[in-house]
Design a binder for this molecule. Structure first.
Ligand SMILES: Nc1ncnc2c1ncn2[C@@H]1O[C@H](COP(=O)(O)OP(=O)(O)OP(=O)(O)O)[C@@H](O)[C@H]1O
Ligand SMILES: O=C([O-])CC(=O)C(=O)O
Ligand SMILES: [Ca+2]
Ligand SMILES: [Mn+2]
Length: 666
């Protein structure tokens, strides 16, 4: 009791003393003075805000950003405002339809914006959300917030706020972790086999298309869509593939992570606000529920990861892997179906163009140098990984590049180094915890560290990314056996033989589960992505090369002086000199000798390259080991090609025979 009185007393006495101070104690703080010579900083007008909330709302100006695509003109008349509202309603309806599942046929209620943002309310008068007409489930009662085509800055904020492992690097890139998977999972890819794909696609031994039935696809689709709809918010990217305006494909990517949204923002072609307004219904949709596994008790599932393509439904589902490359290469697979249907050849290749308009294609499996060698300071970059070759010439499928960054150095690859800045996603890299300086030599997370950046981050990228017909077709192989010459000139038949073989020593890490380099044959330098039989693409390539007079080259970007473990990888500087000589045309007219076994034409001299390395036998100390290794590799080629000998390449029987004869002789 006494204690309570004391505290009350204290309280009163405090109040009393405070008020007495105000009345007659301390002098008031003077904010104005009559002395004119004293300069007070009162010149700035006060902020036009009554509260801190008002102040913050002043910070962001309404824009015509793609997140709310409104053209400036549409805001002027009340008439166009109605049209704009109608357009936004249709757009949300389209997204809602994308997210429809069987338990919720009409699609969820979708509303724009981040649920964490105070500005968005569910009772908005503008009705910019879609309500399902009828559904009895609880999930239909909630809203699914849609973060639609956010800008890189907005996606950075989302990633940093909500996704563990997101950091800004010293150069402004967004560092992220792709989770348990740090490479693609080709064994978990499934393609729906139905009446039409059964005949159109390549099935069986050697094919990347592992079948799944329509019903199982729908089970996985439902699983992915329900997962996405259970989230508070999803990211939606509406973008394009293929710079050839005649054959542009509209894609929609629905994902759960800002990392995935920013990755696709960088990798696909970015629509202008005007193009986005007219986007309409996508031609293809990806549901990326990568954080959520598939159900292993589902038919056809052999792990908790599943990447499922359904050509008829124009949909792809991703479960159980967050590796962003699955989206990029999944769409590439789809293009390998859609484009040949239009008589356009799809290519796993880089492409660049000289100042005089000479175009080169760079084929090669993962890690063989497509990105590194197509990114050339002296040439225009068309693209680093996926192209189409049509009657119009070459066009890039993508709007960005995806560079390996293990051991990346500023000196050897300056343009890629400089592209790692604000907006770029760097995956699975290690950085200094204080300075946020990336250590590209650190492979602690994975060997397959990657940077995804918009193509215009390369200063000499050519926008739009289209080019005339190629003059040179360069096949890159990273030969871990160290017996292929650094460069050889190929006949058309040899070009086709090596294109169908698709040889390399797979560099560790890109395909999940492979840790040591090993000899790999992957038809068309991309068997994991082709959908039809390799000879179909080969016939198209032969026809185009013949028609446009392109020369084929085989460039070994791998080992010299011994096999992996004994020799060393050919210096990038030498490979660049070789490539320069191909581009300039000087190598075409050089002096050649023919190698034994593979029958390859090798030049005797190239400017800037030590002549003794041009014939690999010179670089091996142990000549017997060289001969044995050469025969070993040749027999691997033969064994692999046996799978193709009963196929005809196009309609030209003599070419088919020439191709069969163009391989190594034992
Ligand atoms: N002589 C060489 N020629 C080309 N690349 C080399 C050479 N020596 C080392 N490298 C390294 O090999 C890697 C080539 O990777 P690159 O990103 O170009 O592969 P890619 O063919 O584009 O594969 P992906 O299809 O997986 O993107 C780079 O890390 C590059 O620095
Ligand atoms: O797809 C990936 O993850 C990287 C790539 O370009 C390839 O492997 O060809
Ligand atoms: Ca690449
Ligand atoms: Mn690739």
């Amino acid at each position: 009791m006494a204690k309570k009185e004391a505290s009350t007393e204290n309280g009163f006495s405090f109040t009393r003393s405070a008020s007495s101070n105000a009345r007659n104690g301390l002098a008031r703080i003077q904010t104005h003075t009559n002395t004119p010579e004293v300069c007070h900083d009162d010149s700035t007008p006060p902020v036009r805000a009554q509260t801190i909330h008002d102040l913050h709302s002043l910070q962001k100006k309404k824009s015509s950003a793609p997140s709310t695509p409104i053209t400036s003109s549409s805001a002027t008349s009340p008439f166009s405002t109605i049209l704009e509202e109608e357009r936004q309603r249709l757009q949300l309806q389209s997204i809602s339809a994308s997210l429809a599942s069987l338990t919720r046929e009409t699609g969820p209620k979708v509303v724009r914006g981040d649920p964490a943002s105070k500005v968005v309310t569910h009772h908005h008068h503008d009705h910019h959300y879609i309500t399902p007409t009828f559904d009895a489930s609880d999930s239909a009662l909630k809203f699914t917030h849609v973060l639609y085509n956010l800008s890189p800055a907005e996606l950075y904020e989302q990633a940093i706020k909500y996704e563990k492992g997101s950091f800004i690097t010293a150069t402004g890139a967004l560092a992220t972790l792709s989770g348990a998977k740090t490479g693609r999972s080709p064994r978990d890819k499934r393609v729906v086999k139905d009446e039409s794909t059964e005949h159109d696609l390549w099935w069986g031994k050697g094919s990347p298309n592992i079948e799944m039935d329509e019903h199982t696809f729908l089970i996985n689709r439902e699983r992915a869509v329900d997962y996405l709809n259970s989230l508070e918010k999803v990211f939606v990217n509406d973008q394009f593939l293929n710079w050839d305006p005649e054959h542009r494909i509209k894609v929609r990517i629905v994902s759960a992570r800002a990392y995935h949204s920013l990755f696709m923002h960088n990798m696909c072609i970015r629509p202008t606000p005007e193009e986005l307004e007219e986007f309409g219904t996508p031609d293809f949709t990806i549901y990326n529920a990568g954080q959520f596994p598939c159900n292993r008790y589902t038919h056809h599932m052999t792990s908790s990861t599943s990447i499922d393509i359904n050509i008829a439904r124009k949909e792809m589902v991703i479960l159980g892997t967050q590796y962003a490359g699955e989206m990029k290469k999944g769409l590439f697979s789809v293009m390998h179906y859609l484009m040949p249907k239009r008589n356009i050849l799809s290519l796993h290749s880089g492409c660049n163009m000289g100042k005089n308009g000479d175009v080169a294609l760079f084929f090669g499996l993962s890690g063989t140098g497509k990105t590194t060698l197509s990114t050339d300071h002296n040439r225009y970059l068309i693209g680093d990984d996926e192209h189409c070759w049509s009657e119009n010439g070459v066009s890039n499928i993508e709007g960005g590049c995806y560079a390996k960054c293990v051991d990346l150095s500023r000196e050897k690859e300056p343009d890629i180094w400089n592209a790692i800045k604000f907006g770029t996603v760097v995956e699975n890299v290690v950085f200094d915890e204080h300075t946020r300086e990336v250590d590209f030599s650190d492979k602690s997370v994975t060997e397959n560290t990657r940077a995804a950046y918009p193509i215009e981050y390369i200063p000499n990228a050519k926008i739009p990314c289209v080019a005339p017909h190629p003059k040179n077709v360069i096949l890159l192989a990273c030969d871990a056996f160290g017996v292929l010459p650094p460069v050889s000139k190929l006949s058309l038949a040899q070009t086709m033989y090596h294109f169908i073989s698709g040889y390399t020593a797979l560099v560790a890490g890109t395909e999940d589960g492979i840790k040591e380099p090993q000899a790999t044959f992957s038809a068309c330098f991309g068997a994991a992505f082709i959908m039809m039989h390799p000879t179909k693409y080969a016939a198209m390539l032969a026809e185009k090369m013949q028609k446009h007079g392109a020369t084929g080259w085989l460039v070994n970007t791998g080992w010299s002086g011994g096999r992996y473990g004994v020799g060393n990888r050919i210096k990038l500087a030498y490979t660049r000199k070789i490539i320069d000589a191909i581009h300039s045309g000087s190598l075409l007219n050089s002096e050649y000798t023919k190698t034994e076994v593979f029958g390859l034409e090798i030049p005797t001299a190239i400017e800037g390259v030590p002549s003794e390395i041009l014939d690999p036998v010179n670089t091996w100390a142990d000549k017997k080991a060289y001969q044995d290794t050469l025969l070993k590799l040749a027999s691997l080629f033969k064994k692999n090609f046996n799978g193709f000998i009963s196929y005809k390449i196009g309609t030209d029987q003599s070419l088919t025979e020439e191709i069969l004869a163009a391989g190594p002789t034992l």
